[in-house]
Design a protein around this ligand. Structure first.
Ligand code: ZN
Ligand code: ZN
Length: 63
């Protein structure tokens, strides 16, 4: 499993982030899942503005 070192705002320090099992089919067409989780505290980090935009539009539809 890949891991990346990023600054975790919850831990307040640099931590290893790993990719949890994708449940949103990001990898279905050979892409990579943008979701990462801090191995220490489990804080989720999403890299990729396209996914954030899609989630925001979904929220607006639901509201
Ligand atoms: Zn953390
Ligand atoms: Zn995913």
């Amino acid at each position: 499993m890949d891991s990346q070192l990023w600054h975790c705002s919850d831990c307040g320090d640099e931590r290893a982030f790993v990719q949890p099992e994708c449940s949103d089919d990001h990898t279905g067409d050979g892409g990579s899942c943008p979701e990462w989780a801090c191995v220490d505290c489990g804080a989720a980090l999403v890299s990729g503005v396209l996914v954030v935009a899609a989630e925001e539009s979904g929220l607006r539809r639901a509201a």
